[in-house]
Ligand binder design. Structure first.
Ligand SMILES: [Cu+2]
Length: 117
């Protein structure tokens, strides 16, 4: 009888700690805001869609006016560098990673934002 109770309390403790882990995982999502070059609503859709295709990106919002991207992601599963890379691969320069000329040129004319160099 005593061991049965012991096992039960261990199982109970395990269930409680698993639940706590899940809750803390949700809390540990990180939010980052950085500059992404683009022009219009089509750029917005392209940038956000490319990011949200990745299951480790929870939220992605690009502001057409300020050109700032706010992204919520799981830092244990994806790095901020990888997020910059996704945006650059879609054809949009970020303040850290530049898109390749080929992916920039594949953008529609109205989306070809002014580049620095
Ligand atoms: Cu555009």
């Amino acid at each position: 009888m005593k061991t049965k109770k012991g096992i039960l309390s261990i199982v109970f403790a395990l269930v409680v700690s698993l639940f706590a882990l899940q809750v803390s995982a949700a809390i540990q999502d990180e939010t980052s805001t950085f500059k992404v070059y683009g022009n219009c609503d089509m750029c917005k859709k392209r940038i956000e869609t490319a990011l949200l295709k990745n299951p480790n990106v929870k939220k992605a919002t690009w502001d057409t006016k300020s050109k700032m991207l706010t992204v919520v992601y799981d830092p244990k599963m994806i790095s901020l560098d990888a997020i910059h890379k996704i945006v650059a691969d879609a054809g949009h320069d970020t303040d850290k990673v530049k898109a390749t000329d080929a992916s920039y040129k594949s953008l529609m004319g109205c989306c070809q934002y002014q580049r620095k160099s």
